[in-house]
Ligand binder design. Structure first.
Ligand SMILES: [Zn+2]
Length: 425
């Protein structure tokens, strides 16, 4: 399949191109971007007219639990631990494989409709998550959530190994998802690290989300700060650390010496009353910061445009400095930095010749967005996920004119409503 996208207003996020270019054509052959030029005349199977629209790389969400779509708005008024114990865990105990499939399908469609083309997920019954991802075409990095204290918990690592053997291909990649240092003992965490080193896979882990977690780790691992554990045990692995809210300036300095990548989830952190991550200090110390929504249970939705806006506003606000984090830096967090975090930056994260065609088209021709004075700021502060009109993943047009072919949204919503009614009894 050869696709030509004509007349793009292009934000490629490539270091080798201008930040913004007009009247650019993109040629996509099979899965790859093969030409970026003005006035491309080629015989193709399909032409997309992007006149007046913005073309940019698909957004990359580096931390979520997409099967938790069914738990939207169950957290209001709860502390994290109470919410988990009283609401989520009893319902999760009743989840069946088929439920995971429908809940994930809903999230995949939500992401495609709001411009996210890659998701880093952490949950269980991963077979069903992969099934829904393959059906919709979204790019998925996944795991079997790992937590353990005893010998019998090694079974979870075996499950992950089987998943990798069965599904590792093209749009499906894997990492080693350790739920957190506070939900496993030291011995089990070391087994997971060894597994990641042997398989050369990134580690994905919740880290220092709230004060309680920080205190638990200090006690259980006998350290002065959780960062000591990263420095000591995770020194040879590529680490995607979700949240990282409760870090002081010294922690950040030390963490920047390790191969760690931050997944910042501001909406979830605010809703759970966890605090605000020190993003300014992380960037000053050279840490790579990407963005995540967390699951809808705590993050409400998977709209990465909302996450970009929260990220920028929070840092300017808490630091009382409007010069911080120009909009283009925020776009980097949602695209190329996400690709770096997932170790997929050779394939995705920017529009460049040879990279996979994960591309979105945004319509900004409406009363809420016109006139455009600063295109980067417009996207970060004013565009909503629902302004995305076309989503292409791996060279395939997954959504056009805001519609996904062959997907029955009403049926999926009905199924998810039935599930939550059943398991909340
Ligand atoms: Zn999470």
């Amino acid at each position: 399949m050869r696709v030509l996208i004509k007349n793009c207003n292009l934000i490629s996020m490539s270091e080798n191109r201008k930040k913004y270019e007009e009247n650019i054509d993109l040629l996509i052959e099979d899965k790859q971007i093969t030409r970026i030029d003005k006035g491309i005349e080629e015989k193709v199977d399909k032409v997309i007219d992007a006149t007046g629209k913005i073309i940019m790389p698909g957004l990359i969400n580096t931390h979520s639990h997409i099967s938790m779509s069914i738990f939207r708005e169950t957290v209001d008024g709860y502390k994290t631990q109470d919410w988990l114990k009283e609401k989520i865990w009893p319902m999760e105990d009743k989840l069946q494989e088929e439920d995971i499939y429908w809940a994930t399908l809903l999230s995949c469609i939500e992401m495609i409709k709001t411009g996210t083309t890659t998701i880093n997920d952490m949950y269980f019954m991963t077979d069903k998550i992969i099934e829904a991802a393959l059906e919709t075409g979204i790019r998925l990095q996944t795991t079997r959530t790992l937590m353990g204290y005893e010998e019998k918990d090694d079974q979870r690592l075996k499950e992950l190994e089987e998943l990798i053997e069965k599904y590792n291909q093209d749009t499906i990649s894997f990492n080693v998802g350790i739920h957190g240092l506070y939900t496993s003992n030291e011995q089990y965490v070391k087994k997971c690290i060894e597994f990641a080193e042997n398989k050369n896979l990134p580690i994905h882990m919740h880290f220092c989300e709230n004060e309680q977690e920080r205190e638990d780790i200090k006690r259980d691992y006998n350290v002065k700060t959780p960062v000591e554990v990263i420095l000591r045990d995770f020194k040879c692995t590529h680490n995607i650390l979700a949240h990282s809210v409760k870090l002081d300036e010294q922690d950040i300095k030390v963490l920047s010496k390790t191969n760690s990548y931050i997944s910042h989830c501001p909406v979830s952190n605010l809703k759970l009353g966890c605090g605000i991550a020190k993003i300014k200090e992380m960037l000053e110390n050279g840490l790579c910061v990407s963005l995540g929504t967390d699951g809808q249970g705590s993050g409400s939705n998977l709209d990465m445009f909302e996450t970009m806006k929260f990220t920028a506003l929070l840092q300017k606000g808490v630091n009382e400095n409007p010069e911080l984090l120009p909009a283009y830096e925020i776009l980097k967090m949602a695209t190329i930095n996400g690709a770096k975090a997932l170790k997929l930056d050779k394939e995705i994260g920017s529009i460049e010749i040879g990279k996979k065609a994960d591309i979105i088209m945004i319509n900004v021709n409406n009363i809420l967005t016109q006139p455009i004075n600063n295109v980067f700021a417009e996207i970060v502060y004013n565009v909503k996920g629902t302004d995305v009109e076309m989503t292409m993943i791996n060279g395939k047009i997954i959504m056009k004119n805001k519609e996904l072919e062959g997907i029955k949204e009403t049926q999926i919503c009905e199924k998810c409503n039935q599930i939550i009614q059943r398991i909340s009894k």
